[in-house]
Design a protein around this ligand. Structure first.
Ligand SMILES: [Zn+2]
Length: 476
């Protein structure tokens, strides 16, 4: 019985390794297409002509990297020969050992740095999330998925790995013809590999830990609305709220602005529907925020779809063009959902304020029953938004601003969770999130962290210029 069980586990690892082959192929193709940029069509054509095109590309790339690394491996062996000659010419042995030690540590440090940067570089390209989504559709446990990911990662560095482990002893053997030295080289090489992988693993684990306790991850998002539910708030869409705002005492309206990366929005929509929550998703109909399939899927999960309008900015202040664009995009979204609420996109870099369109037109004429800016009483409702990747972003936001009388000092999601726990928040709350910044993908998460901090700096200076703290005349 016991034996049989062991066999099953063994088979599984082999199977998982096989599965990782497909993940690797997919990821490699993805990275090649990404690198090709505008020449994608050419690559696809080549693939059609030659079924093995991608495989050959992969092998060629591995050979090039292996040759490059092999050349690097010769370095310490050359140093050894040089020093050997130097000792023969009468240079003190302790000096030779000292010089040798320094050059060898430089070599191994370079090797380690190479592995680290290569590892991080490859994983950022490869593990961008999209390619691995289909993996999660397989009937695998979390642990098994983790293994497949590790195997896939190993496939990306296998050529480097073997070159580094074997290259040094082989080079030592051919230059010195000394069995003992070759043996020592094998041991050193293996130890070095174990050490390098140890560092890679610790590094990865550390990043993972940082992620788990960080703000703006899906894990934190889950904790956030679990707390909202625990405190007996009724979570609802804007549409529902406009219909029955008095049917519950404690209400949270959850709004999502999909400015870009709609796949993040889908991740969140799925999590929410697992908890039986329905919230409002506002799509920009522009290149970055628009994805038909995703809009359809989010609507099918029971969430509300709305329009995140920016027509005045997009038409550079031409009101007539803007209202036509508004109608057209509204019709587009109505294919997927009976849209009847809207909210404005801030367009921080445009000089046009999108809400100004309603000084000339009336959204009620277009079947809209609610706009967040005009149809909620923010004297009674607390408005929380993650604008600027913080919850007190009203200090940096230019237009996404809602005039509210309820002030707060909540900066992080953990701060809000804490305030909820202590029953410090009012009965009616609107929570606006931008799904693009909520991610469990470490590379996207860092990208958002860095880019948002830069944006905040720019926004702040804009704000100060407008307020007259820095008169433009003084700067220009
Ligand atoms: Zn927006």
């Amino acid at each position: 019985m016991k034996k049989q069980k062991l066999k099953v586990i063994e088979m599984k690892n082999k199977q998982l390794y096989k599965i990782s082959k497909f993940a690797y192929k997919e990821a490699f193709l993805e990275s090649q297409l990404e690198m090709a940029g505008v020449n994608q069509a050419q690559i696809l054509e080549k693939m059609e002509k030659n079924a093995k095109y991608m495989r050959n590309q992969d092998i060629a790339l591995k050979i090039v990297v292996a040759i490059y690394l092999a050349a690097m491996v010769i370095l310490p062996v050359q140093v050894f020969n040089l020093l050997n000659d130097a000792i023969g010419n009468g240079i003190p042995v302790q000096w030779a050992i000292f010089a040798g030690g320094i050059s060898f540590s430089i070599f191994f440090t370079i090797q380690l740095l190479f592995l680290l940067t290569f590892g991080v570089y490859i994983s950022s390209g490869f593990f961008s999330g999209e390619e691995f989504k289909w993996l999660s559709t397989l009937p695998l446990s979390k642990k098994e998925l983790h293994k497949v990911t590790l195997f896939t990662f190993f496939r990306t560095i296998d050529a480097q790995f073997f070159t580094l482990v074997l290259g040094f002893p082989i080079a030592t053997f051919f230059t010195t013809k000394n069995i003992l030295l070759t043996f020592i080289a094998i041991i050193v090489s293996l130890l070095n590999m174990v050490f390098s992988f140890g560092i890679l693993a610790v590094f990865g684990e550390k990043l993972n830990r940082i992620m788990k306790n960080s703000d703006f991850t899906l894990t934190t998002y889950k904790r956030f609305f679990e707390k909202i539910m625990e405190k007996e708030y009724k979570i609802m869409t804007f549409q529902e709220y406009l219909k029955n705002c008095n049917s519950y005492r404690k209400i949270v309206i959850m709004r999502k602005d999909i400015d870009k990366r709609p796949s993040n929005a889908l991740d969140i929509a799925k999590i929410e529907s697992e908890y039986g929550i329905r919230t409002s998703y506002y799509f920009r109909v522009s290149d970055k925020g628009n994805d038909e399939e995703i809009i359809k899927e989010i609507a099918s999960l029971g969430h509300e779809i709305g329009y995140h309008y920016e027509d005045l900015a997009q038409t550079k202040g031409d009101f007539n063009k803007a209202i036509k664009r508004f109608e057209k995009n509204l019709d587009y979204l109505k294919q997927f959902y009976p849209v009847n609420t809207i909210c404005m996109h801030g367009s921080p870099l445009s000089k046009w304020d999108n809400k100004a369109i309603w000084t000339k037109f009336n959204y009620h004429d277009y079947g809209i029953v609610g706009d967040f800016l005009f149809d909620l009483d923010f004297n009674q409702i607390l408005y929380l938004t993650d604008t600027g990747r913080r919850w007190d972003g009203y200090k940096v936001s230019i237009r996404d601003k809602i005039k509210q009388n309820i002030k707060h000092n909540l900066k992080t999601t953990f701060g809000i969770i804490d305030a909820l726990e202590k029953n410090n928040l009012p009965d009616k709350i609107v929570i606006t999130t931008h799904p693009q910044r909520w991610s469990d993908n470490i590379f996207l998460w860092y990208k958002e962290l860095i880019s948002q901090n830069i944006k905040n700096m720019i926004k702040k200076s804009f704000f100060m210029v407008r307020k007259g703290y820095f008169p433009l005349s003084q700067i220009l």
